[in-house]
Design a protein around this ligand. Sequence first.
Ligand code: PLP
Length: 355
Amino acid sequence: MQPRDLSTHSVYRAGRGIEEVARELDVDPDELVKLSSNENPLGPSPAAVEAIQQHASHSHTYPKSSHTDLIDAIAREWDVSPSQVWLANGGDGALDYLARAFLEPDDRVLVPQPGFAYYPMSARYHHGTVGTYQLDKADDFEQTATTVLESYDGERIVYVTSPHNPTGRELPRAELLALADQTDDSTLILIDEAYAEFSETDSAVDLVDQRDDIAVLRTFSKAYGLAGVRLGYLLAPPTWADAYERVTTPFAASELACRAGLAALEDDAHLDNTIELVRWAREYMHDRLQPPTWPSGGNFVLTAVDDAQAVAHASKEHGVIVRDCTSFGLSDCIRISCGTREATKRAVDVINDIV
Ligand SMILES: *Cc1c(COP(=O)(O)O)cnc(C)c1O
C-alpha cells in the first residue's frame, strides 16, 4: 500500500526551535536569541494567556460559542459581515480553505519567487499547478502590478504578500488595484497581510467589500504573538456567499485558540507595544547593520551578505539565530526578525562582527 504520488510535493521546513539549537550548542536556551521565525519578541498578549488558563477546564467541549464570538469580533474589527470571515487554524489553514474553495483539478496559480513556501504547497495539495513571478534583487525586490503581470497567464489565484516575506517590500495600493483590474474576471488576488500591523500602509480589507476579486489573509501569529496557538483568517467578498461553510473543517479553530484570539483582540496595549518595538528595531537594523538592507514593512529585515549559510552558522555560534534565506532562493541574504531592544542590538553587533 502506498499513498498517491506525492513526488511533486515538498516538505515545509520550519526554522529550528530554540531548544533544539541550545541542545546542539550545549548552552542554556536563555542564552540564545532567536530571530529566525518572525515571532513576537514580547511574547503573547498577557490577556490571551489568562484566557487560555481560564478556559483550559472547558477543553472537553467543542468550541461552539467561542468560535462564533471570535468570528463576530473579527467582523466588527474590520466592519465586514461575519459570513465574510473564514476563521482557520493559522493563516496557513485559511490558505488551504481558499484552495479548497477555488481550485478545480489542474487549475493554475501564480506565486512570488522568492516567497512564502506554503502557497505552492497548499495549491498542490488541492490538485492545482503552480507558476511563479519573480521579485528581482536587481530591482530591490520591488512589487508592482507589472512584476506580476509579466508572468501572469490567466491563473485562478495570484498570491501577493504585502509586506512581503522575506524581503519586507510592499505592493502599493494603486498597484494592487491595477493588478486586479488587469487580470481576468475569474482571477482572484489573494493579499497576504500577515505582517500588515507593522506597516505604515493601509490594509486592503476595505477593497474586499467593493469588489469580488480580492481577498485578504490575516493572522494572530505575528503582531498578536500567538504563533503557537495557530489562529488566522481570510476576509472574503460578500458575494462568495456560503463557500466557507461548505469547505471548512468542523470547528476550524480550537476552544483555547478562540478564547486567546478574543482576548488578544481586546488587548490594544500589547499590540501597540509590539508595533512600537518592531518599528524601533527595524530602524535600528537599517541604521546600524553594516551590510546593505532593504526597506521593510514587516517585523524583520532582509540583509545582503556574501554567504548566507556561513553567516547564519557563525551567528548561531555566537548565540544569535537568524534565517538563512537559501531556501527562499537567496543564498546571499539573511532575514533577521525584530527582537527586543537588547536582542536586536546584540544581533546587529554579532552580524557586523562576522561580515
Ligand atoms: C507567518 C506567515 C503567514 C501565516 O502564518 P500562520 O502562523 O499560519 O498564521 C502567512 N503568510 C506569510 C507570508 C507568513 O510569513
